[in-house]
Write a protein of this length. Structure first.
Length: 433
């Protein structure tokens, strides 16, 4: 039996799909195969933005013919979209050929749900309101060598007014420090060269007396040649202790992902972000004063309810002042059940589209300028793959810049020093030294 997994959304979902693959291997399914050849297809969904939901609905619906032609095919749908209130029932009604529906709180039960479906004709719907157990006992099938993701927290307590995450992933829970350290040590021994600690807000991690800076310090102290990243950090929890640990360890990449979302204090207040523009810029100044070569990446939203041109200009000016290395930019997407979805003053789509283009142009201009500074110098790239179209190997430097190069031998999994000969956007091109 073979499996196929379709993943939508963030790094958290990508890592959870690795866990799903581990469960499927335990149930006797073999390596991932093309969808048409699979005996089970699992959708790991996202509901953060409307586009992700629409794509999932479209792709699930397209399986109707395949299911009709292959009666033994099992279709399972899980993830954030299923956990959203009322969405499981909608999926069941719209796509009666789905065999299993499970939520974010019971991913670890997928193997049992598969067995339950094998013993009965009717669909299995299991979407608990609270997390039943963690996935610590699952051996994920990691697909991202030489990179690996490690969860340190689940869920979120922040309740930003636009965000559905606390409602579909539950309240924040931290993993035990010993389990995290053991997982990282195992990954390093297995040859993984870049570890990313994951959480909706890693800075609020706490296990007993161990807060996030102390955990980061211990992870970075593990012996071995590897890079260490973490995401995401909430600006309200930014601390001098965190910066001190980043400064202490060369293994920790000198790049901080610190979502700003907006540069307007009025909009930040409506978003329930619990920091001001001034506080955010203070964090930026402190980081760069302590670690001059540090860079920042961020998330930005345009078109939040009641956003005026003046509010939007505040965001543009924040981008210039913070001098971001790169940014993920989004048009606000109303999510049912969040406070922002009920606010008056929803921004017309055509207005948001004009603003997002302006924002992207500004971010790209900063990115191109930073990339241009690489030309003539060197960069250390962790090679992570081969681009068939370009005919070149590729990998990222510590700041996340993608570097492309030609090599006579396979360097995947190796740290490679490149002499940068040209830059294009966020991409670098160079010759291996």
């Amino acid at each position: 039996m073979k499996y196929h997994i379709v993943t939508y959304g963030c790094q958290m979902n990508l890592h959870e799909s690795e866990k799903i693959a581990g469960i499927l291997r335990e149930k006797g399914y073999e390596e991932e195969s093309p969808m048409e050849e699979a005996d089970i297809i699992v959708f790991n969904t996202c509901c953060i933005r409307e586009n992700a939901e629409n794509h999932a609905f479209g792709n699930i619906g397209s399986l109707k013919k395949l299911k009709r032609a292959k009666k033994s095919l099992m279709i399972a749908v899980g993830g954030c979209m299923v956990q959203e209130a009322g969405k499981a029932e909608t999926l069941k009604e719209k796509f009666p050929f789905i065999d299993i529906l499970f939520g974010t709180h019971n991913l670890a039960e997928l193997g049992d749900l598969i067995e339950q479906k094998r013993l009965q004709k009717k669909a299995v719907l299991s979407v608990p309101e609270e997390r039943r157990e963690t996935e610590d006992g699952i051996s994920p099938v990691r697909t991202s060598y030489p990179n690996a993701w490690v969860n340190i927290t689940y869920g979120c307590n922040n309740f930003c007014s636009y965000c559905i995450v606390p409602y579909v992933r539950g309240r924040e829970r931290s993993r035990k420090k010993e389990d995290i350290l053991a997982e990282v040590e195992k990954l390093v021994k297995e040859g993984y060269k870049e570890i990313t600690l994951l959480g909706q807000n890693v800075n609020s991690y706490r296990d007993g007396d161990t807060a996030f800076p102390a955990l980061l310090d211990e992870v970075a102290s593990i012996e071995g040649n590897f890079r260490l990243r973490f995401m995401t950090s909430h600006p309200k929890d930014f601390s001098a202790e965190l910066v001190a640990v980043m400064k202490k360890h060369t293994k920790i990449c000198r790049v901080l992902h610190l979502p700003a979302q907006s540069g307007s204090n009025r909009i930040l207040s409506l978003m329930n972000r619990r920091y001001t523009r001034e506080k955010y810029l203070d964090c930026v100044k402190y980081l760069k004063s302590e670690i001059p070569d540090a860079e920042l990446t961020t998330d930005l939203i345009v078109g939040f309810p009641t956003e005026t041109e003046a509010d939007f200009e505040d965001t543009l000016s924040l981008v210039r002042e913070a001098d971001f290395a790169s940014a993920f930019t989004f048009i606000y997407s109303p999510r049912t059940g969040t406070k922002a979805a009920e606010m008056e003053g929803q921004i017309p789509e055509e207005v948001s589209k004009v603003r997002i283009i302006k924002l992207i142009d500004l971010v790209n201009s900063l990115t191109r300028g930073k990339s241009a500074k690489y030309v003539g110098g060197t960069a250390e790239i962790l090679c992570e793959g081969y681009d068939e179209k370009k005919g070149m190997y590729l990998g990222r430097d510590p700041y996340g810049r993608m570097g492309y190069f030609v090599s006579d031998t396979n360097p995947i999994g190796e740290f490679v020093t490149l002499k940068i000969t040209r830059a294009s956007g966020i991409s670098l091109y160079g010759e291996r030294i």
